[in-house]
Design a protein around this ligand. Structure first.
Ligand code: SI3
Length: 293
């Protein structure tokens, strides 16, 4: 589908000073990102802290983002949850709220068989009339999507693509080959946006895009115009920034950088690590790099 292309920001969730979901701040962040020219938003994923929120809070965040987006870009709702029941409730809600697609990580904690994960994803996908994007992120869930499971899932047309967050663009290319040209690949690691696009990703979904949307929009523009050397130079600048982000608590840093750009999304939710005074210099340096870019 032509709908899901280019730069899709895995956006932060926003809280007020008491740590409650702030729909007003979510709306402000949504506008900030869309006005920078991004192609879509991914709500409630890893960067979005969806798994640290109650089902009700997740609904609030999604509704605020969809409302503020005013139909200008597609909104993908991450509805992955520990229980299939919560995933279904969120999927049904996402459809009503106007999301363009669903996505979910594999269930985790107990350690599930491929069969169990397949059942979980299928039950969520079948609960709503929306396309479904598998969120393949073995480093955090401990579950790795195999070609065997993918083959089974492909029998269901609801499964339209995979967000692949692994270091392997070979794997991304292999999944794409299995699904065919119309099966969508979403690049996960922001450090590999260009590599992922070259190997067959139709789009990227990433958290660091939120702090520097201009750079990713520029990268996508250069790549789609066939200017590979210029695209490489933008990716290198991005990677220099990401390397510094990975040296501090990254989700907290993203929120602080976004705050300095005018949108206060509050702190990350515990147990995610917060920034401390010891990080001040690194954050100042990051902010300066982003401003200069
Ligand atoms: O749902 C999401 O927040 C994502 O899209 C995740 C995304 O792939 C990020 N990965 C994780 C584990 O958060 C990347 O954006 C990642 O933060 C970045 O590549 C830096 O390593």
């Amino acid at each position: 589908s032509e709908k899901f292309k280019g730069v899709i920001v895995a956006m932060n969730s926003c809280y007020d000073a008491e740590g409650r979901v702030s729909p007003a701040a979510v709306k402000k962040l949504t506008r900030f990102l869309i006005d920078k020219g991004v192609n879509g938003l991914y709500v409630g994923g890893s960067t979005g802290e969806g798994l640290l929120q109650s089902v009700e809070e997740r609904k609030l965040v999604l509704e605020a983002a969809i409302e503020a987006s005013a139909g200008e870009v597609p909104i993908i709702a991450h509805v992955g949850a520990l229980s299939t029941q919560d995933g279904i409730e969120l999927a049904v809600h996402a459809e009503k709220a106007g999301a363009a697609a669903l996505s979910a990580v594999a269930p985790f904690y107990y350690g599930y068989s491929e069969e169990a994960v397949g059942r979980h994803w299928s039950a969520i996908a079948d609960s709503a009339d929306l396309p479904f994007i598998i969120y393949h992120i073995p480093a955090t869930t401990g579950f790795s999507l195999t070609k065997g499971l993918l083959k089974q899932l492909l029998a269901n047309p609801k499964f339209i693509g995979i967000k692949t967050t692994t270091a392997s663009t070979y794997e991304l290319q292999q999944f794409k080959a299995m699904g065919g040209e119309s099966f969508l690949m979403f690049n996960g690691p922001d450090e590999q946006y260009l590599a992922g696009r070259i190997m067959g990703a139709d789009a990227g979904i990433g958290g660091t895009y939120g702090a520097m949307p201009e750079l990713f929009v520029q990268l996508e523009k250069q790549y789609s115009a066939g200017r590979i050397e210029a695209a490489r130079q933008v990716q290198f600048r991005i990677n220099d920034i990401i390397t510094d982000m990975l040296a501090v608590p990254i989700y907290a840093a993203l929120k602080e950088l976004v705050r300095r750009r005018g949108v206060d999304c509050g702190d990350v939710r515990a147990p995610l690590p917060k920034l401390s005074a010891a990080h001040a210099e690194q954050i100042d340096a990051l902010h300066a790099k982003i401003e200069l870019a």
